[in-house]
Design a protein around this ligand. Structure first.
Ligand code: AP5
Length: 217
């Protein structure tokens, strides 16, 4: 099954992807791919850096090529969980075309709905594991030991684009360019909306229920 996770910055896409991954397939997070490339200093990372740090979208041609290359590998032959992609109508159409070549399609678009003030609160308190990418929150989801990942012992860091100013810019970009995808997938009959404002466990229960419902169709 091919599932795309849609939601504003801070909606909990990365958090919930960790929970759903075993049910759906490999977790492909475009933001993590860009951050890895930036950390390694590859040509892709150098190109993406300025956009990511300004809170803008990396141009479609760069992003589509990167994600579709990863999606074409053998571990994604029967399904994948796409987190942060697509983020524009152009990216959604490119994904449809690619999957359509093998008579596949996006089976589910899971939309995590969260009010704007909660999004800012979450982004400004976020810490992420440098090794396994697990997100934490200093108030609502703190690690057992400050600065250390519970799961793998990796070092936690704060993203350069999680300042209040850049987070607000990212939200503006989301409402302008990504929110129209909600109607795009609704029109295709694959949209499932989940209340992402609840605590992590209650959101997870809704997400898993929605995934299992789609799998049984
Ligand atoms: P990306 O890394 O994809 O960032 P994003 O979409 O802005 O999403 P976030 O990672 O900020 O939030 P999330 O929804 O995963 O929330 P999380 O689970 O961490 O993209 C970064 C940049 O890369 C973009 O700005 C762009 O430049 C570029 N890029 C990436 N993809 C692109 C594309 N397709 N096209 C073009 N450019 C692209 O949770 C957030 C916090 O909240 C955490 O602290 C967590 O612990 C906490 N939390 C989560 N759930 C809950 C809950 N239920 N209750 C309380 N706290 C919670």
């Amino acid at each position: 099954m091919y599932t795309v996770l849609i939601g504003a910055p801070g909606a909990g896409k990365g958090t919930q992807a960790t929970e759903v991954k075993p049910e759906v397939g490999p977790h492909l997070a475009s933001g993590d791919m860009f951050r890895d490339a930036m950390a390694e200093g590859t040509p892709l990372g150098v190109r993406a850096k300025a956009y990511v740090e300004r809170g803008e979208l990396v141009p479609d041609e760069v992003t589509v090529a990167m994600v579709l290359e990863r999606l074409g590998r053998s571990d994604c032959a029967v399904g994948a969980l796409l987190d942060g992609f697509p983020r524009t109508l152009g990216q959604a159409e490119a994904l449809d075309r690619e999957l359509g070549k093998n008579s596949k399609r996006v089976d589910q678009a899971l939309y995590l709905a969260v009010p704007e003030d909660e999004l800012i609160r979450r982004l400004s308190g976020r810490w992420i594991c440098r090794v396994c990418q697990t997100p934490y929150h200093e108030v609502s989801q703190p690690p057992k030991t400050a600065g250390i990942c519970d799961k793998c012992g990796g070092e936690l860091f704060q993203r350069v684009d999680d300042t209040i100013e850049t987070a607000q810019k990212r939200l503006g970009v989301y409402f302008d360019q990504t929110a129209p995808l909600i109607d795009y997938y609704r029109a295709r009959g694959v949209l499932d909306e989940v209340d992402g404002s609840l605590d992590v466990g209650r959101v997870r229960d809704q997400v898993l229920a929605a995934v299992r419902r789609r799998k049984s169709i």
